[in-house]
Design a protein around this ligand. Structure first.
Ligand code: PMP
Ligand code: GLN
Length: 451
């Protein structure tokens, strides 16, 4: 039997126009071969339009141009010694190299429950009210998969961490974005506010989920208690589930106050709060996260987990448990990592702010988190390409021509509202002294060229 397969991949995305021809005496093989299999190998509808990913694109540009990278949100300094030591120590225990409890490694969920019981001022049961996941990305994914039915609406505040949009789509939901609007002359993330009428207009009987991120990526906004109360009122009025992404919860600057929406009256029962060990301990590559909420909601996320990843890595959870135990013992005290990290980052935030301002970029000072938005409209940069958002072009130009990496924030908006942010770019200031110094040098040289 002789079969000749001839593959013609006509489309860059892969198999859409894959054609198979065959010379064969077997009629069954001949029928299969002569039919186009392009339909079969096309991606599922849930993937349509979500193949472009800002992180994938910019990681590749960074690898090509090797800029001083204030782009993707990861620190380039070491995590606390006690975590690295805990990892080494854990590696000596044979069973730590095996699977652990699916819902979360017992030592970690107990440590998190102890710590969050203090923070929330309620008794949290680690075995039923917490799930650990592979990064907070997975906790987010599980939330969408657990609760969004096809056609359900998901209200989100813009700017939002980019994956909320494809995750809504993959669950069959419909995104209803509500942008924060800068007040005239806004200089701080606190000046970006919600219009209560615009927020309420996004809610309807179809709304299933409301998702917030505080402190916000990329703006750095921390929602005030009264803003959270307004959102909570919407959740009650429309009987909606709230997802609160709080991966930057310890990174609070100046005298800002961080409030968890789950601690507002009546909100525990309808809120899932998401956290990240990667952000908490400056080790994003550990990809371990968690969700905290009522047992009746967490159990559905566990169903998704048991049938997809099953567990997050045991050894990492063990070492993170040691870190959480350590921090719980010194919670709120000077010298604790949760106090020292924001103290250190605030200095870097202020240095980067000043240098950006000197170039004429007019940054928005963030109240929390890792990131700062800066306005590039005074730079006088123009591009011929009308097919790509201006902020993407500015970031690409800056990486290639100034050797400085940043991220285009229109990736954090729906296509409908992306135009609201294309004059800005996002800088990550959670970087080593050396990286910040190199970035400041680039910005200072740039400022001299301009003035
Ligand atoms: N939420 C926000 C707001 C983020 O910025 C990120 C990126 N770190 C994540 C979730 C995902 O974090 P992780 O690395 O824990 O998956
Ligand atoms: N959360 C990080 C950021 O906003 C990076 C996420 C990623 O690289 N996928 O930069």
């Amino acid at each position: 039997m002789q079969i000749v397969h001839y593959y013609r991949v006509a489309c860059a995305k892969g198999f859409r126009q894959l054609v198979v021809t065959a010379r064969n005496t077997n009629p069954l093989v001949r029928t299969m071969a002569s039919s186009s299999i392009s339909e079969k190998f096309a991606p599922a509808a849930r993937l349509e339009g979500i193949d472009k990913n800002v992180w994938v694109e910019f990681v590749s540009l960074v690898s090509k141009y090797q800029p001083v990278n204030l782009g993707q949100g990861f620190p380039d300094f070491a995590p606390p010694d006690y975590i690295v030591e805990a990892l080494k120590e854990a590696s000596g225990k044979p069973l730590i190299h095996q699977y652990t409890r699916s819902q979360g490694h017992p030592r970690l969920v107990k440590a998190l429950a102890n710590m969050f019981s203090k923070v929330y001022n309620r008794d949290i049961d680690g075995m039923s009210e917490i799930i650990t996941t592979i990064g907070s990305y997975n906790a987010l994914f599980y939330s969408f998969q657990s609760f969004v039915h096809p056609g359900d609406e998901v209200v989100v505040i813009e700017p939002f961490f980019d994956c909320y949009s494809p995750m809504t789509k993959m669950a069959g939901g419909v995104l209803k974005p509500v942008p924060l609007r800068p007040k005239n002359g806004a200089t701080s993330s606190a000046d970006w506010v919600l219009d209560p009428a615009e927020l309420e207009a996004a809610f309807s009987p179809k709304t299933k989920l409301f998702i917030i991120n505080t402190p916000n990526n990329p703006l750095g906004k921390i929602f005030t208690r009264s803003e959270l109360e307004m959102m909570a009122e919407m959740c009650h009025k429309y009987n909606v589930l709230c997802i609160s992404d709080e991966v930057y919860e310890w990174l609070i600057y100046d005298d800002n106050v961080f409030t968890k929406i789950a601690t507002l009256p009546g909100m525990w029962d309808r809120t899932i709060t998401i956290g990240s060990a990667g952000k908490t301990f400056s080790m994003t590559g550990w990809k371990t996260g968690w969700a905290v909420g009522p047992a009746g909601l967490i159990k559905h996320m566990q169903t998704v987990n048991a049938n997809s990843c099953f567990t997050a890595p045991t050894i990492l959870q063990e070492a993170i448990a040691v870190g959480i135990e350590h921090e719980t013992a010194v919670l709120g005290q000077d010298g604790s990592y949760f106090k020292e990290l924001p103290r250190m980052l605030q200095v870097k935030r202020d240095e980067v702010y000043k240098a950006l301002k000197e170039v004429g970029m007019n940054p928005i000072i963030p109240q929390g988190g890792y990131f700062m938005l800066a306005n590039t409209s005074n730079l006088g940069l123009t591009f011929d390409n009308n097919d790509e958002a201006y902020d993407f072009q500015v970031c690409k130009w800056m990486i290639a021509n100034k050797g400085l990496g940043a991220i285009p924030p229109s990736a954090f908006y729906s296509s409908k509202n992306a135009h609201l942010i294309t004059n800005y770019i996002r800088f990550n200031f959670a970087k080593s002294d050396e990286t910040v110094k190199a970035a400041l040098q680039i910005l200072q040289d740039w400022a001299k060229e301009i003035h």
